[in-house]
Design a protein around this ligand. Sequence first.
Ligand code: FE
Length: 207
Amino acid sequence: MSKNAMFDLTYGLFVVSVHADGRDNACITNTVQQVTGVPNRISLTLNKSNYTHDLLMKNGYFTASIISEAAEFELFRRFGFQSGRDADKFAGFDAVRRTQSGTLAVTQGTNSAITARIFHSVDLGTHTIFFADVVEEAVFSDVPSATYAYYHANIKPKPEAVGTTPDGQTVWRCRICGYEYVGEELPDDFVCPLCKHPASDFEKVVK
Ligand code: FE
C-alpha cells in the first residue's frame, strides 16, 4: 500500500487576498482554519515565496474568500497558476467587493468571505503561519464549500492519458494542476512551475 496517510487529511479551499502598496493580490490556499471561537480567530499559512506573503507582511489584513462547489477551474487558473509579480490577477475580474479593511473579497465561485487582522506570526522555514482576529464576515451564497477532494474530483480538468510523447519519452504529471514534465526521471527537487507543488505531487503517466 503506497498511499500516504497525509493524503487523508481534508482541507477547504480559499482565495486569500491582500492589499498593500496600492496593489491587490491574491492566491489560492488550502490553509485557513478557525483556531478559537472566543475571541474569533483564524490561522493562515503561506509560502514565503508568494507575492501575497510579501504584501501581507506590509499590511496585516487579509480576506479569505471560501471557494464553493460552484467554482470553475478558471478561478484556480487566475489566482493559483500565475504570480502577482508578473500579472495583475484582478485585471478584467469584477466579481469582487472591497471590504472595510481595504482588501478584495471574491464573490463568484465562493460562498462567503472572512477578513482578519494578524496579531501574531511564526516563521516555519519555508512558510509563515499567521494568527489573526476576524474583523469582518460576509455570506454570498448557500452553495457548499469545496473541499480539496471535491476540487480534484469535479473541478480540475481531466487530462487525457498520454503515457509517452510521440518520440517515446516519459511524461510526469502534476496531480495538483495537470502540468506535464517530459523526461525519464523527475528530479527530486523539481517544483511545479505552475502551482509550486513538489516532485512528490507528480505521477508517472502510464498508458
Ligand atoms: Fe502543478
